[in-house]
Every structure is written in structure tokens, then in C-alpha cells.
Write a protein that binds this ligand. Structure first.
Ligand code: ACO
Length: 402
């Protein structure tokens, strides 16, 4: 086939591809995505089937190991995770040091990074046992780390994990229980959050996953690589959009619910205003995750007996945008983030926790892709080229002559 490396060596040419819009950096067997037709499959399984029938833990197992687990494999996986949910007591001191108004995403990435100081026995990416134990530790501890971040932000004492509960129930209890009142998770909330985590579990070479791979390609340990991915996810053009959407909806609500004026501002690109939760680099017809989530938003709100004026604003925005040439001609449709915030709000999470929930969901995908890269024979360090635009050459001038 065509050898671009040889061409570069012979001609000095490089490809300049802004935002990697057209560059495949990896071969991957984890997730299949067809943006034209709105198809998303994990290891070949359609996202719709996994969301309807699967659980988050079996999806995590599938992504990481390549196959759905048997009943025995699943219970072994679950019990291994359960045994590692506790954080070392010294980890709590990190939270003591953070300011009370610290963003939970900043706490999440910092504490995940700090895990590599506690688990120095699992830094070698080429040792299978070490890869396995760091994978289990991360899956087990991220919900605890996330719940502690929430507790810090509201000034409540931490709640230790319970081994009696499922993955999602345990996380909800650690988040919402207070000494005065034990939180009993509503099965509707548990099922909805489990489904949302499945829908977020992988999305091939998005910004955070590519970051995990790039950092991991230097053979940095798994905790360091995942921490970098969490930081990449935080930005408002990526996972941070799920916090930006309700903030946008609240702004519109405060201005009297004037959807048309907001749409005009977006179309005029006034102050760079974008319709958050709309548009996607790859999906050009619809985002299959958004379709499922829109239905779930209705179901969860009605099952919890909650109405949210922001849902009406979101529906009005979507209806306007889908009938407006600006959005239609640019193939801008609601993405995964457009409706998730409304569900998280109904569950009782503050806006600042929304991207943390995304990170909990995306964790197995990051891990699966990191494993795939490490195990790939001949895998090389990620090292893009550049097109230099600076001064070609000049002579040094002593400071007194400048
Ligand atoms: N609102 C208004 N206009 C938009 C939007 C939007 N949400 N998204 C893209 N556009 C316009 C751009 O202004 C541009 O128009 P132009 O050609 O007139 O300048 C055109 O559509 C193409 O936009 P790009 O920025 O080139 O598209 P890109 O593929 O680089 O960006 C992205 C994709 C970042 C998702 C973008 O659509 C966006 O900013 N959306 C809002 C943020 C968001 O929801 N992010 C979450 C993405 S999903 C996820 O990460 C989980």
C-alpha cells in the first residue's frame, strides 16, 4: 500500500489536518461508529440493545475484554470490583486541601493522578497482572472518588462504600446519604443512571480517549493516562458540554424563556455563542445516544413526578433548530449532552457534577482503548508533526543591544 512515511522521508511533506478531522491515528476493534447513518456499536453490539438489556458492569467487561461475560465471569468481575471500592484513608487529606468551591472534575483528575502514588505496584503497562489490578482499582474507586468530591463541595462528611449494593446504587448512596438520613435509591433513578453510563461508555477516538492513548503511548501508567483523559473531558466542547447545556437553558429561562432571541444570537455568532449540546464532529444525521436519552428524560421526569421548565425550553430550542437552515445546512443535531443534564438534575445532582457522571461512564472505554494500544504489536509513541510558521533563522543579540 501507500507508505506516507516513505513519502515524507523523500519529499519532506507532511499532512496538515486541523483537529485531526481526517486522520486515523489507530486501528481499533473496540467501537464502531458510522456518523452518516447514526450507528454506534460496542464490540459489534448495537448501543440500543446494550442500553435496553445490558448493565453498565457487563458493558464495561465487554469493552475491556472483548466479549460479554458469562454469569460466572460477571459475578467474579463484580466481586473483584466490590473488594476495591474503598479509598486509602490518606486520600481523604487531598479533599481537605482542596478549596470548598473546587470544581469536582479538578478533584477527580487530581485524585486519580494521585492513585499512582498509592499503587506503585501496578505501574508497568506490560505486566498483565499489573494491568488487571490497576483496571479493577480504577473501576472500583472512581465512583468513591466522585462521591467524595461531591461531599467536599457540599461540606458533608464522606460516606464509605457499601459492598452490599450494586455499582450504581453504591455510588448514589455515597453521594446522597447524610448521617441524619440514609438515602434509599429509587429503582427508576438506578436504572436510568445505569443506562446513561452505558451510553457514555465508549465513543472511539474522541478528544479524551485520544488523550488517554497519547499519554499512554509514552508508556505512562494507567492512572496517569486516565487522569489526563479526565482533564480532556472537562472542556465545554467535549464532556463539559453537559454542564454548559443546563447553564444555557437557565440563562434563557432567566431572560423570560425567549428561545428565538437565543437562536438568533447563535446564528449571528454573537460573542461566539453556540447552541450547546448541538453538533458533532462525526455524527451528521443524528446521534443515536441522544435519541435514547431524549426518551429517558421524559420517562425519568414523569416517573419521579418532576416537571422541569428547562425541558420545555430544550424541546423548543430543538424544534426551532431542526427547522432552521443554519442548523440543517451544517448538519447540527442534538448530541448526547443535550438532554442528559435534565435527567441528572431530576436525580438531584448539581450542574458541576454532570461531567463527573460522564467520566464515570467513559472510564471503561478509556481503559479498553489503553489496553488495546499497549497490547498492539509495534505500537509507537504518539508524535504528530507540525508545519513550522515561525522565523526561519536569526542571530542572537546581546541584551544590551536589544
Ligand atoms: N451551535 C452553533 N453553530 C455550530 C455549533 C453549535 N453547537 N456547532 C458547530 N457549529 C457551526 C460552526 O460555527 C461552523 O459554522 P461555520 O462554518 O459557519 O463557521 C460549523 O457549524 C462547523 O463547526 P465546527 O466547529 O467546525 O465543527 P467541529 O466538528 O469542529 O465541532 C463540536 C464539533 C465541537 C461538537 C461543535 O459542534 C460544538 O462546539 N458543539 C457545541 C458543544 C457541544 O455540544 N459539545 C459536545 C460534543 S459531544 C461530546 O463531546 C460528548
Amino acid at each position: 500500500g501507500f507508505d506516507i512515511g516513505k513519502l515524507r522521508a523523500e519529499t519532506g511533506l507532511v499532512t496538515l489536518d486541523s483537529g485531526y478531522g481526517n486522520t486515523a491515528a489507530y486501528k481499533s476493534g473496540v467501537t464502531y461508529l458510522d456518523g452518516e447513518q447514526g450507528i454506534l456499536r460496542y464490540r459489534g453490539y448495537p448501543i440500543e440493545q446494550l442500553a435496553e438489556h445490558g448493565t453498565f458492569l457487563e458493558t464495561a467487561y465487554l469493552l475491556i475484554n472483548g466479549e460479554l461475560p458469562s454469569a460466572d465471569e460477571l459475578s467474579g468481575f463484580r466481586s473483584e470490583i466490590t473488594q476495591h471500592t474503598l479509598l486509602h484513608e490518606d486520600v481523604k487529606r487531598f479533599y481537605d486541601g482542596f478549596p470548598r468551591d473546587a470544581h469536582p472534575m479538578a478533584m477527580l483528575s487530581s485524585v486519580v493522578s494521585a492513585l499512582s502514588t498509592f499503587y506503585q505496584d501496578s505501574h508497568n503497562p506490560f505486566d498483565e497482572r499489573q494491568r488487571h489490578i490497576s483496571t479493577i482499582r480504577l473501576l472500583a474507586k472512581l465512583p468513591t472518588i466522585a462521591a467524595y468530591a461531591y461531599k467536599k463541595s457540599v461540606g458533608h462528611p464522606v460516606v464509605y462504600p457499601s459492598n452490599e449494593l450494586g455499582y450504581v446504587e453504591n455510588f448514589l448512596r455515597m453521594t446522597f446519604s447524610v448521617p441524619a438520613e440514609e438515602y434509599v435509591p429509587d429503582p427508576v433513578v438506578v436504572a436510568a443512571l445505569d443506562k446513561l453510563l452505558i451510553l457514555h461508555a465508549d465513543h472511539e477516538q474522541n478528544c479524551s480517549t485520544s488523550t488517554v492513548r497519547l499519554v499512554g503511548s509514552s508508556q505512562a501508567n494507567l492512572f496517569a493516562s486516565i487522569s489526563a483523559g479526565i482533564n480532556a473531558l472537562w472542556g465545554p466542547l467535549h464532556g463539559g458540554a453537559n454542564q454548559a447545556v443546563p447553564e444555557m437553558l437557565e440563562q434563557i429561562q432567566q431572560s423570560g424563556g425567549d428561545v428565538d432571541t437565543f437562536i438568533r444570537k447563535v446564528k449571528d455568532k454573537e460573542d461566539g455563542v453556540r447552541l450547546m449540546g448541538f453538533g458533532h464532529r462525526v455524527y451528521k444525521s443524528f446521534d443515536p445516544r441522544a435519541k435514547i436519552i431524549k426518551e429517558a428524560a421524559h420517562d425519568v421526569l414523569s416517573a419521579l413526578g418532576k416537571s422541569d421548565e428547562l425541558l420545555d425550553i430544550a424541546l423548543a430550542l430543538e424544534e426551532r433548530a431542526l427547522n432552521d437552515d443554519y442548523f440543517v445546512s451544517r448538519n447540527l443535531y442534538p448530541n448526547v449532552d443535550f438532554y442528559t443534564g435534565l435527567i441528572y438534575r431530576a436525580m438531584g445532582f448539581p450542574n458541576s457534577m454532570f461531567t463527573v457522571l460522564f467520566a464515570l461512564g467513559r472510564l471503561p472505554g478509556w481503559i479498553a482503548q489503553w489496553h488495546e494500544m499497549i497490547k498492539e504489536p509495534g505500537s509507537r509513541i504518539g508524535r504528530p508533526r507540525q508545519v513550522y510558521t515561525g522565523v526561519v533563522e536569526r542571530d542572537y543579540i546581546p541584551v544590551e543591544q536589544r
